[in-house]
Design a protein around this ligand. Structure first.
Ligand SMILES: [Zn+2]
Length: 84
């Protein structure tokens, strides 16, 4: 039986999976996934969750718009200051 060894490598893989995803690497190309359907399913689940999270909390914001708002905020702050 090689099940124990499989579970062990799954555990090791899953411990690094979050880092792998966070690093921006293509986790699906990890060699462990070529042999392990369990972890492929896990990764698919995580990607579904990540996709849902992106839709709930969109992080893509036009930078120019953001800068405009920062400039506006600065100007607002400067506005009311009256020289004594
Ligand atoms: Zn695995």
């Amino acid at each position: 039986m090689t099940e124990d060894r499989n579970n062990r490598s799954c555990q090791e893989f899953q411990e690094h999976l979050a880092e792998l995803i966070a690093s921006g690497e293509d986790a699906s190309r990890n060699p462990h996934l070529q042999t392990c359907a369990n972890c492929r399913a896990l990764l698919a689940d995580l990607e579904t969750i990540a996709e849902a999270a992106r839709q709930l909390f969109p992080i893509e914001q036009p930078k120019e718009d953001l800068w405009d708002r920062i400039e506006l905020a600065i100007k607002k702050e400067e506005g009311p200051i009256q020289p004594d």
